[in-house]
Design a protein around this ligand. Structure first.
Ligand code: NAD
Ligand code: DAU
Length: 352
């Protein structure tokens, strides 16, 4: 999609990845009107996009995608040319405790947006685009070798993954049935500034800072493929503007780490930054009960987006991790604010 003067709805823009996507689009494309729709759940935080508030092409809408009538009215009012849909319940552990929240937001919420998009354009979609942001978890778990490609069969294993898989299928079905123009991308694990400290990297940074136990699930030999969040945002920008309608793109950094190796690296870097004795943070590692149905290994083959659209990550893992640690250490207030209140209750329930 490349025409100018678009109005673009970005959902979930107060969350982790969404805030980076909104920032990139608002700053890079002053000719676009960017509408950030977010329900501000526990994971949404207006602090994440505070720097954008005074920008002329930025607008915030507090709304819940679970409310179909509200979505319908909003789309009729604004007739957005494009949607970049990131709003979701995103944490696997929470999906194990409360699966219905995931089905309602991720499945029904996505269908509500698609229905509203169709109604607003009366099924006439010239120049329009629905971009659905998804995850590599839809493909399930890999053995010791192999990579997820765009043609890997879906095999989601957690309530979160299955809700995202269902939403991907619904988007494709609307493309097939109503001719709704879409693209989908499935990305690997993101890390970077503004990630809520329920996810591995920010949770461990916070715990190391506070000299609290580092809860490693199971044997710690689970593998994830990590991508710097700002690189995910540039990949979304590239696919939005250059991607082929109806296609799926896998996004990743060819950057696999076992949890244990990653945690040890994190401990070393934090010891250096905090001026602590070498090896002291590693002593905080504590093995805890494994996550139910824990996927053993994810790894993305990002060859298609590289070959067809010329996208590749801009930073190495070491550079991205360093930037991330520096951000968390420089933004203690952000971390303190999000870890007060309800976070304490969540943490006790999960880890004690
Ligand atoms: P996040 O949990 O940090 O943010 C989600 C945002 O969505 C929050 O701002 C929240 O307030 C909002 N939201 C939740 N429910 C809503 C609702 N019913 N209505 C409106 N807004 C609602 O999530 P994230 O990690 O930034 O993930 C964003 C998207 O990217 C998700 O779709 C996720 O599946 C996908 N994804 C995430 C990763 C990752 O590593 N974090 C990797 C690949 C794909
Ligand atoms: O692969 C993409 C997915 O990555 C996204 O779709 C999800 O939204 C995102 O949350 C992430 O899912 P993971 O389950 O891989 O991320 P998480 O940070 O929760 O866990 C990463 C690994 O670390 C996983 O193997 C579980 C383990 N872990 C996690 C936590 C929070 C621990 O060992 N201890 C912990 O306390």
């Amino acid at each position: 999609m490349s025409e100018k003067n678009k109005s673009i709805l970005i959902t979930g823009g107060a969350g982790f990845i969404g805030s980076h996507v909104v920032r990139l689009f608002v700053n890079k494309y002053p000719e676009y009107q960017i509408y950030n729709l977010d329900a501000l759940t526990y994971a949404g935080n207006l602090e994440n996009i505070k720097d954008l508030e005074s920008q002329k092409n930025y607008h915030f809408i507090k709304a819940d995608i679970k409310e179909g009538d509200v979505m319908h009215e909003l789309f009729l009012e604004h007739r957005f040319d494009a949607v970049i849909h990131l709003a979701a319940e995103s944490h696997v552990d929470r999906s194990i405790t409360n699966p219905n929240d995931f089905i309602e937001t991720n499945v029904l919420g996505t269908a509500n947006l698609l229905n509203a998009f169709r109604a607003a354009h009366e099924n006439s979609f010239e120049g329009k685009l629905f971009y659905h942001v998804s995850t590599d978890e839809v493909y399930g778990s890999l053995g010791k070798t192999g990579l997820f490609t765009e043609t890997t069969s879906y095999d989601p294993q957690s309530p979160y993954a299955s809700s995202k898989a269902a939403s991907d299928h619904i988007v494709r079905a609307y493309g097939n049935t109503y001719g709704l123009p879409f693209v989908i991308s499935n990305c690997s694990n993101n890390y970077g500034a503004n990630q809520f400290p329920e996810k591995l990297i920010p949770l461990f940074i916070n715990n190391i800072k506070k000299s609290m136990p580092l809860p490693v699930y199971g044997d710690g030999n689970y593998t994830r493929d990590w991508l710097f969040v700002e690189d995910h945002a540039t990949a979304i920008d590239t696919i939005f503007h250059e991607g082929t309608l109806g296609e799926t793109y896998n996004i990743g950094g060819f950057n696999e780490w076992t949890n244990l190796n990653l945690i040890k690296l994190l401990c070393q870097l934090m010891d250096q930054k905090l001026g602590r004795d070498k090896g002291s943070s590693e002593q905080l590692i504590t093995y805890v009960k494994d996550r139910a149905g824990h996927d053993r290994r994810y790894a993305i083959d990002a060859d298609k987006i590289n070959r067809n659209l010329g996208w590749k990550p801009s930073v190495t893992f070491e550079e991205g991790l360093e930037k991330t640690l520096d951000w968390y250490l420089a933004n203690e207030n952000w971390l303190d604010n999000v870890t007060s209140g309800a976070y304490q209750t969540y943490y006790k329930k999960m880890y004690s």
